[in-house]
Design a protein around this ligand. Structure first.
Ligand code: PFF
Length: 475
């Protein structure tokens, strides 16, 4: 946006609801529709889900508010915003160092996020082709992938992984779309995308869940997701739940600092943060209620792990009425969720390039989108030609971890908790109290509750995730 004086004014959201929609778009992603159901399935359902929800509201929500507070106050990229809050609080500017880690984490997460989203894109292609075939053969409401054996359907993923060119093409298309949107800027890029894609996402989510309730086993899914068996809540599962809460709310990568910095004018940040946390958690739970009735109806294993969505579900859609259409819509839904998140991941380093390096938005988008693409290529080669490569092989924790899982594990276990820890300590202990009150709009009881959580519980609990994540033998 260019001001009439000719000087460039920093971009901003057109309204409070535009910010909320974009922030929900960032939060709702592969983490909700792929990772959460996978983790709930692997960790026995109910008790895990309950613990997860606790983590979201006691740790995640205070951190969401803390990040938005920093961004809204600083009105700059993540690093610049932290620096400004530090200056206005009489604290050292070197606190902005944790912003640098956050920016780097967003960049690294983007690289493998785009590869996984590329798999989703491939399945959109497969299911799209199948649905067209169904339409042309006059049976638009038949099940998916008619005539294919279970082995053929499940083998598709292995074939995809063995084909570097196919993986690369999908990754390229997805990253290209992300770059295109981010390069257009906040208003006509990110906000416009969220305004179109998020309503579409919600319609698909509700539609497929209602479908699942009719044709699948909703009762079984509810029992699975909500009956707590605390015996299954191992320290490992708790650690996963804490980490997932951070990832799902897009915390620890300065994403909400960056998005918050485009808020113009006064806004009560408390209700905004609560809306984001409730929306993100509801989507994760509804995604569970969308997926498990279908999986259970055909007697498949809800604890299948990361292949649940890619191998188990396509097979389930085969036996379902209208499965060809619903299968296609299901993968479109995941793709939509992924792109509104990937744009927020790219926006973090792009804003940094603009704010700290003085680059144009276009240059910054090309540098970071291109850089993340290259690291993503290394990740996808780790499934085939570089399958023996162990980037952090010297480190027992990552001794047998391929390239993609290493980037995922290192960011998730080390970088996100580290940034979240410093965010909590910084806002809880260093930020000026009056500034916090003025900028968040919080006062009285809720201010005290939030302060207690951000100053005490968050650093403690996130510190525990960090230590137990790095040294699993202590669990
Ligand atoms: N919250 C996203 C998800 O659940 O898929 C992942 C993510 C997006 C993390 C954006 C961080 C971020 F800045």
């Amino acid at each position: 946006m260019v001001a009439s004086t000719g000087s460039t004014e920093r971009e901003g959201w057109s309204s409070r609801s535009a910010f909320i929609l974009a922030a929900i778009g960032a939060a709702v992603g592969l983490g909700n529709v792929w990772r959460f159901p996978t983790l709930a399935g692997e960790n026995g359902g109910g008790a895990f889900v309950l613990f997860y929800v606790g983590c979201v509201f006691l740790l995640g929500l205070p951190l969401v508010l803390a990040e938005i507070f920093i961004g809204r106050t600083g009105q700059d990229d993540a690093v610049g915003s932290i620096r400004k809050v530090a200056q206005r609080s009489g604290a050292s500017g070197s606190w902005s160092g944790f912003g640098v880690i956050g920016v780097l984490a967003a960049f690294l997460i983007l690289s493998f996020y785009s590869v996984v989203a590329g798999w989703v894109l491939y399945y959109v292609g497969v299911m799209g082709g199948d649905f067209l075939g169904a339409v042309f053969s006059g049976e638009p409401f038949r099940g998916a992938l008619a005539g294919e054996s279970r082995e053929m359907i499940q083998g598709r993923m292995g074939n995809l992984f063995a084909d570097p060119m196919l993986l690369l093409t999908m990754h390229l298309v997805f990253m290209g779309a992300t770059l295109f949107i981010v390069a257009r800027g906040i208003g006509s890029g990110i906000e416009a995308a969220a305004t179109i894609l998020m309503p579409m996402f919600f319609v698909l989510l509700v539609g497929i869940t209602v479908y699942g309730a009719f044709v699948g086993e909703m009762g079984g899914a509810i029992a699975f997701l909500f009956t707590p068996d605390f015996g299954k809540l191992t320290p490992q599962a708790m650690n996963e739940a804490l980490g997932q809460a951070l990832f799902s709310l897009s915390l620890g990568v300065a994403g909400l600092i960056t998005y918050g910095s485009y808020i113009k004018g006064p806004a009560p940040l408390g209700p905004t943060a609560v809306t984001i946390a409730i929306a993100d958690t509801s989507v994760a739970l509804i995604a569970g209620l969308m997926i498990f009735p279908i999986v259970l109806a055909v007697g498949l294993d809800p604890a299948a792990g990361p292949t649940l969505v890619f191998q188990t579900l396509p097979f389930a859609f085969q036996t379902m009425p209208g499965g060809a259409l619903i299968g296609l819509l299901f993968f479109i839904l995941i793709l939509v969720a992924a792109i509104t998140s990937s744009i927020s991941l790219l926006e973090v380093p792009v804003a940094w390039g603009i704010g700290e390096m003085g680059w144009s938005r276009r240059t910054s988008s090309l540098v970071f989108g291109g850089g993340a693409f290259v690291i993503g290529v290394a990740c996808l080669l780790g499934y085939n030609v570089w399958s023996d490569v162990r980037p952090l092989g010297f480190w027992p924790l990552f001794a047998d971890t391929d390239i993609l899982d290493t980037v995922d594990g290192f960011t998730g276990k080390v970088m996100l908790p580290l940034v979240a820890f410093f965010t909590a300590v910084f806002v809880g202990w260093k930020a000026d109290r009056r500034l916090v009150e003025e900028m968040t709009g919080l006062s009285g009881f809720w201010l005290s509750v939030w302060r207690a959580l951000i100053a005490w519980l968050c650093p403690l609990a996130v510190g525990v995730i960090l230590v137990t994540g790095l040294f699993p033998q202590v669990l």
